[in-house]
Design a protein around this ligand. Sequence first.
Ligand code: HEM
Length: 394
Amino acid sequence: MTLAWGFNHLDPAVAQTAYETLGAIRRGCPVARSGELDGFVLVTGYDEIREAAQAPERFSAYVDGLGASAVVTELREAVAPMFETDAEHHHQWRRALATFFTPAAAAAQQQYVRAICRETLQELIPRGAGDLVAGYTQQVPPLVIGRVLGLGELERAWLSEHVRALYGAQTLTDTQQIGRVYADFLLEQIRDRRAHPGSDLLSCMVTTDVDGRTTGEDELVKMTMLMVAAGHLTTADACATATLQLLEHPALRELVAADSGLLEAFVEELVRHEPAVAATGRTATTDTYLGRMPLSPGDRLLLAWGSANRDERHFADGDVFRLHRERTPTPHLGWGAGEHRCLGRHMARVEVRVMLEELLRAVPDVRLQPHANVRRTFGVIRGVAALPVQWSHR
Ligand code: HEM
């Protein structure tokens, strides 16, 4: 039996030592079978992950049951356009939505991101202490993706509150209940945009005809949910992990606080070292090999992006965070690879950079509370459960 046989990325016990475990598996067997979650193939090596991501003719982006549990059971059968689709269908969607995710479109959000960071911090500062995840890193990103989708101010606030409640829900019943209300809200927005399209992302999603057909409502609701999750969960967790990195390394934090120009390199190294999108799936569509592993149609693969970024065949001291890391001939895979490479990466870079900049400016002496026990999370997404911190308030 291999070291990977009992590996389940969704098991909270994996989180604290995820990269030690994945490193040991990778060095032993970069493509290995796990018997968990009805069996899947765990891919941890850089070359093998890149090969799978760049071969859509052998590996579909659709995968059943390796992601986070479905928040709305009724939508389980629906296939989310773009995220879970391949080939020409996927290309048409990427082309249609590209204009909302260019570097210029991301830069245009910067002022708004800064304004809501300041507003959120203004409320926090007088308290002198608190959890930065619930109080800050999870507050900003849902408002930003809500704005890109084209929601008005009240709808954005509604969305923000409900997605935080949804992903913080403790029981399956609560998840399902909030998920249903959330799905109804999105359906209402989708119908409204169909009747009165504007120039926002949601209008584009609901009016784009692909393969000569109009996309169905269930598919659109699922696509919108994934779009919100892609914009919100990732950025919130990236910012939380980045903040923890700074809190645990005072010299590094002094450096970037003194020169915010370094934050760009800091964010890129963070996405290599601890990518917020930790692992996503693929499904083999043909008899094939990945590494030395024979695969059959229907075999499910889990691509552990963060493990690829520490692969010793490509990154010297990959486990070490290095602000001035030399560029390698092969890029890190923290934003993915191939046709599904992160569409929102320019926006994510702006958001995380501005959130950190504003935090360091507003509470320069922010520090972990004494004896704070910080718990990391792992699954599809990698982050930090809570950041109990304190700061001086004058
Ligand atoms: C630090 C934050 C982020 C990280 C690390 C990240 C990472 C990734 C990765 C690894 C993928 C590829 C998944 C796969 O191939 O299975 C992906 C896809 C995607 N990301 Fe991001 N992402 C981030 C933030 C964002 C933001 C802010 C948005 C904005 C909406 C976004 C939108 C998307 C979309 C739409 C896709 C799917 C693209 C496709 O299927 O063609 N991401 N992201």
